[in-house]
Write a new protein. Structure first.
Length: 62
């Protein structure tokens, strides 16, 4: 079980680093809001995080 938790932590840190490199600080804030909203079971906070990430991803297309 500890190996699974360590693997999950490594994957999460890798995703966070990828988002930060690709989308900067705003992407990291969006991902953080999404994660906090899901863990706290708060639809408002997770929705704000999802909208921030969606705007960053679709920004060049708009």
């Amino acid at each position: 079980m500890p190996a699974l938790a360590l693997l999950a932590a490594v994957v999460v840190v890798g995703i966070e680093q990828t988002v930060q490199v690709t989308y900067g600080t705003t992407g990291l804030v969006g991902l953080l809001l999404l994660t906090i909203g899901v863990k706290a079971k708060s639809p408002a906070v997770s929705s704000v995080g999802a909208v921030v990430l969606a705007l960053l991803v679709s920004g060049p297309a708009l």
